[in-house]
Design a protein around this ligand. Sequence first.
Ligand code: G3P
Ligand code: CA
Length: 338
Amino acid sequence: MPEALVHPRRQTLAMVTLAALACAPAYSRAPAAIPMTEPHPLIIAHRGASGHRPEHTLAAYTLAIEMGADYIEPDLVITRDGVLVARHENEIGATTDVADRFPARRTTKVIDGAEVTGWFVEDFTLAELRTLRARERLSFRSQDYNGQYQVPTLAEVVALADSLGRARGRVVGLYPETKHPSYFREIGLPLEEPLLAELRAANLDRADAPVLIQSFEVGNLRRLAGMTTVRLIQLLTGGAPTMVTPAGLRGIAEYAYGIGPDKGMVFGADGGGTQLVQDAQAVGLHVHVWTLRAEPRFVPARFSGNVREELRALLALGVDGIFADHPDVAVEVMRSAR
Ligand code: G3P
Ligand code: CA
């Protein structure tokens, strides 16, 4: 993002950071938690290095950090006893061995208006969930790691980012996504309060923390904006056209630090770019695009299966960050772009 377009909140952040350093309390996490200068564009490990290990496992997050990702992304859902855990959705039949271990727990629910049949995190205590092992979701990715890893808690992911960041002498950021926040609030298991409590416990409930909270829902982001100064990201898909108009983007800028659009929203049909990146940055929003995946089937046809060319095209459009299943590829390409 050009200097002239730096978000006012970001400038404030640098000042807050200096002040925080000057009078830092004797808290062990404080020095490593402060993003003095954040890398740009950001490399966000999507569900960990999920192109290489089963998604949302400590192994996937660890590999992502070893590969050089700036942020790791836990999607969050919650157990029956109120513990935040990392899963892409609350139905866990596709990403764990739950069907083998708890066959009788299979049920059907309506989640955000859609009927879903399977096994749901909110029907399990953490102790029960701990008996499960993760599986690779996609059949064309390696199945070699199935059965090895547990479902991690958010607390474990926070601790991992802290300890591996310290060991490497750099900040590893957290990019949690609240999944189905309205649904969970309706069933009496809201996500926002425990998320902020976890961040607070790690001294990360701050505007200058290396944390970005994301959601597809507007209501819970507005709610979060009233509860925390942690930076917020409004996720977008092509199904919300009014949100990407200049007026819509100005509305998002009232509560969010940035947007997280599907990459199809920044690539134009003609092979060039849409106006979205410039329009968003013009109102001070950062743009973090999802999702870069190295397998040719995920790469738009005009790049002939070459994910590096796809990433170079996204960088040429001026994006401020990329969610990547293969952070190693992003690190390799961005080494020359930063
Ligand atoms: O959070 C960015 C991107 O991950 C949104 O899509 O479905 O992979 O969580 P999803
Ligand atoms: Ca996500």
